[in-house]
Design a protein around this ligand. Structure first.
Ligand code: HPA
Length: 256
């Protein structure tokens, strides 16, 4: 049990809304860094105060490279959020990361470019470097693992999340390179979100669902890899939604 916990849930392609969230307020909040992605909904899940927003906006119109991560995370800080669970749909690179596997990653490699990625760029105060050896909060990640256990989900931990720029998916050669680098899964949104959370001293963990084999990893990988089906991705995302909600509910109970 932790004291004064306020949990934020960041939805993405997965988790466009949370049915179990009993809404208390919905706010549109301005920041010095521009417009955040969406309204912020405050409510309760299982007695715990929770803030929810979707990083892609209400009608999923903001592409991963256009998300104003800096404004979004600043709002969470203004709302006194202490813990953040980021939901992401990802591609599977290494063998265990098969479609419909749940993953609680523990490392990140950032391949993004041109995204606003720090609050330390105003030049009017001393630059604060952050330690980022472990980009995800271990205790919060462990709670996600407990929640996955409670739902008897098939899951993996110890996974490196490679963050690409998007919105296109990767080439086969890019995925091969990412695998050589040590990436297990690939997605487009964990950075700079995770780094902003660390700069603002909020605990951040990610729950990922593998919704496709990454480029070149499906079918016969050596002779005839299959191309990626967007319909299959959509289907898996909709299959994963209910379980995502249950996991969130279980984590809320663990944090109360
Ligand atoms: N690549 C990048 N991001 C993704 C993928 C992928 O294959 N699947 C879901 N998000």
């Amino acid at each position: 049990m932790e004291k004064n916990v306020k949990l934020a849930i960041i939805g993405g392609s997965l988790l466009k809304e949370i049915d179990s969230l009993s809404m208390i307020s919905e706010e549109r909040i301005r920041t010095p860094f521009g417009q955040p992605s969406d309204n912020f909904v405050t409510g309760e899940i299982n007695g715990l105060e929770v803030v929810y927003f979707n990083r892609h906006g209400v009608s999923h119109h903001i592409a991963p490279h256009q998300i104003n991560y800096k404004a979004n995370m600043f709002v969470l800080k203004i709302l006194d959020v202490t813990h953040i669970i980021a939901i992401t749909a990802v591609g599977g690179i290494t063998e265990k990361m098969s479609p419909m596997k749940w993953v609680v990653p523990d490392q990140i490699i950032d391949y993004t470019h041109g995204r606003m990625h720090t609050y330390n760029d105003s030049n009017d105060k001393e630059v604060q470097h952050i330690d980022f050896s472990y980009p995800f909060d271990e205790a919060l990640s462990n709670k996600l693992v407990t929640a996955l256990e409670e739902e008897s989900c098939d899951y993996e931990t110890s996974a490196t999340y490679g963050v690409t720029q998007g919105p296109r998916l990767e080439t086969i050669a890019e995925i091969r390179r990412m695998e050589r680098d040590g990436c297990d899964i690939v997605g487009m949104t964990a950075m700079p979100e995770a780094a902003f959370a660390r700069e603002l001293e909020m605990k951040y963990a990610t729950l990922s669902l593998v919704v496709n084999w990454a480029a070149g990893k499906a079918g016969d990988k050596d002779t005839e890899p299959e191309i990626i089906s967007m319909d299959e991705i959509k289907q898996r995302i909709s299959e994963g939604n209910r379980t995502t909600e249950k996991i969130i509910y279980n984590v809320a109970s663990l944090l109360k």
